[in-house]
Design a protein around this ligand. Structure first.
Ligand code: ATP
Ligand code: MG
Length: 167
């Protein structure tokens, strides 16, 4: 079991110096409640790092990067940026190994998003790039199934088991 909320909180400070260097307004928006999923914290850390790294890398000076969690019947993490955006034709291809959008002046090997997708698959999560509705930039969205019984983290009560066999 992994709490995405505290996982994010613990890794954000690593990116603050880079964001500051580019004068990027870097923030976290969460409910403040634990957001529990089943998974491997090391791999999930890698997934999130790659998305935040991209958001900062592909956002010019003075932009804005927001990491957000949303708790619905799913556990959602969004990394929103006001960067250069990803053309529609490339939005799925960037998940292929070594694929990079033509004309990018930033360096990289094109392996970050394939790794993100692989880790998402292992967690039965979906990951996609969505154009930022503000008209500028990208939202990288990851949708996880929530851990069963994550709302109250107690062991199943014996009363339920005691109802069987019925009668
Ligand atoms: P690295 O292996 O170091 O991550 P990379 O960043 O080039 O290299 P990916 O993370 O796989 O590789 O991203 C693939 C391509 O998708 C990038 O080269 C870039 O063109 C585009 N891209 C990814 N994220 C964003 C983003 N947030 N905004 C704009 N373009 C992006
Ligand atoms: Mg990358």
């Amino acid at each position: 079991r992994v709490d995405l909320e505290s996982l994010l909180r613990n890794m954000l400070s690593d990116f603050v110096p880079r964001a500051r260097q580019k004068d990027i307004d870097f923030g976290l928006e969460t409910t403040g409640e634990p957001l529990i999923i089943e998974g491997n914290p090391v791999l999930l850390g890698e997934l999130l790092k790659n998305l935040i790294d991209n958001a900062i890398k592909y956002t010019p000076e003075g932009g804005c990067v927001t990491v957000r969690t949303l708790a619905t019947e799913r556990a959602i993490v969004e990394v929103e940026d006001t960067g250069i955006g990803v053309p529609e034709a490339d939005r799925e291809r960037v998940f292929e190994r070594f694929y990079r959008v033509l004309g990018s002046t930033e360096s990289g090997s094109g392996l970050g998003l394939p790794i993100v997708r692989e880790i998402a698959d292992l967690h039965r999560a979906t990951v996609s790039l969505i154009p930022n509705p503000s008209g500028k930039g990208t939202i990288a969205q990851v949708v996880f199934p929530r851990a069963r019984g994550a709302e109250d983290d107690t062991t199943p009560s014996r009363a339920t088991a005691g109802q069987f066999p019925p009668g």
